[in-house]
Design a protein around this ligand. Structure first.
Ligand SMILES: Cc1ncc(COP(=O)(O)O)c(C=O)c1O
Length: 430
């Protein structure tokens, strides 16, 4: 007889990872067109640049040994200095402006690790996190594991509706629950899953709102800027973090996964001083430092200009893929009029598709099954919604144009449209 396993409360709470199942399916069937995985464009991965800096580094024995040794928990000092300079350049600020934040910068194993560390540092079961609706579903999984109560806030073309956020805070206050609100999470640039960015004129206001409602304790904003840099049209607004003059409210999470290479799995964060020591200690528990080797590579990638070259290249490639996606959606789904809607992002890797309410896009619904039959994969939209305020919308889909080529994208969207036609006819909708 099997001996029973008594899992921890967190172990019991953790759900299965929805994306692993989708990835396994895509890998198992090469004829399936994946508009699901958040993988990056494969052909453009910077092999030569990485080979160049790695071989330079290893050709200098002292440097090579340094890279192959453990580093520090907070991250390599010279990389952290470079990253501060990188943020200054992005914001058009003079060099040295962010020097005082040196100890608040932490290098992480992808930005996912920072998201996890923040949840670990702040959340007890029942604590409240306010998120965009829809939001990055992997973070929803983290929040579920910590037993947080997650409440979705309405978005529109300008991202998070700050007025709706205030309404929710007011309502929580009136119910005596404001004390449980710990975090407001926003994917500020070309969000995963919608591709939409937080409007420039909402950013300052968002910081003010978090501050105004931080009455008995600090309510932090977690700004996840994973897609910053991947803007294909127009300019990028200053980060939400840049509006936090006192640097006490906004936590900034950044990553090189989408803009250089996910295989290097390197991210970094800027922390309010009040959180810095706790996050440092928790990271010590995780791994006492992200790969030192990877950090040396990235340091060289940034200082030798390879990062800038790569991001320029990616902007060209992805803007074409985005156009291919939007054109194909127009061609194949435009005929449905307002019943079928999709976002029109100016960057990032995703388009958010909304189907008529009667079309169930969830993992066990008829549309997903029909798409598999047609040979196309998407991420079911319901994964990206918090259970509150509910009911969870089950007729959306996230389409990623990251890894599939332009022809594949066009064919994938055509297959989606065929599946929609079949399922609509079956359910008497079309
Ligand atoms: C919004 C968002 N945040 C964070 C991450 C985590 O990425 P990484 O840990 O590779 O930096 C992702 C990855 O897809 C993402 O889409």
């Amino acid at each position: 007889m099997a001996i029973p396993v008594t899992l921890s409360a967190a172990g019991k709470r953790v759900g299965h990872s929805p994306i692993s199942d989708l990835m396994a399916r895509a890998l198992a069937n090469p004829s399936l067109i994946s508009l699901a995985a958040g993988f990056v464009d494969h052909g453009s991965l910077p092999v030569e640049a990485t080979a160049c800096v790695t071989s330079d580094m290893l050709s200098e024995p002292a440097e090579g040994r340094r890279a192959l040794q453990y580093g520090t928990t907070r991250g390599d000092k010279s990389l952290r200095r470079q990253l501060l300079a990188f943020l200054e350049r992005e914001d058009g600020l003079p060099r040295g402006q962010f020097d005082s934040l040196f100890d608040q910068m932490i290098v992480t194993t992808g930005s996912q690790q920072l998201l996890y560390l923040i949840a670990e540092a702040l959340l007890d079961p029942g604590d409240i996190v306010l998120v965009e609706s829809p939001t990055y579903f992997v973070f929803l999984g983290v929040l579920e594991t910590f037993g947080a109560r997650v409440i979705g806030i309405e978005i529109d073309e300008g991202g998070l509706r700050v007025d709706a956020l205030e309404d929710t805070l007011r309502e929580l206050d009136s119910r005596g629950e404001l004390g449980r609100v710990k975090l407001i999470y926003t994917v500020s640039e070309h969000s995963n899953p919608t591709g939409l960015s937080l409007a420039a004129d909402r950013r300052q206001k968002l910081v003010e709102v978090a501050r105004a409602w931080s009455r008995s304790h600090q309510i932090f904003i977690l700004e996840d800027a994973a897609y910053r840099g991947l803007t294909y049209e127009g300019t990028e607004s200053p980060s939400v973090w840049s509006y936090d003059q006192a640097k006490d409210t906004v936590i900034l999470a950044r990553t090189f996964s989408k803009t250089f290479s996910p295989g290097l799995k390197c991210g970094f964060g800027l922390l309010p001083a009040s959180l810095s020591e706790t996050i440092h200690s928790l990271k010590g528990n995780h791994d006492f430092g992200s790969s030192h080797f990877t950090q040396q590579i990235l340091g060289r990638v940034v200082s030798e200009g390879y990062y800038e070259t790569q991001i320029e290249r990616l902007r060209t490639i992805y803007s074409r893929k985005l156009k291919a996606t939007l054109d194909a959606l127009d061609e194949h789904l435009g005929k449905y009029g307002a019943e079928v809607r999709w976002t029109k992002p100016r960057g990032g890797l995703y388009v958010w598709l909304g189907l008529p309410a009667g079309i169930d896009t969830s993992r066990n619904g008829p549309f997903f099954a029909q798409c598999l039959e047609e040979g196309v994969l998407y991420v079911p939209g319901d994964y990206a919604y918090a259970s509150e305020p509910g009911p969870v919308c089950r007729s959306d889909a996230r389409l990623s144009f990251g890894v599939t080529g332009e022809d594949g994208i066009r064919e994938g969207v055509r297959r989606l449209a065929t599946a929609l036609k079949t399922v609509s006819a079956r359910s008497g909708l079309g």
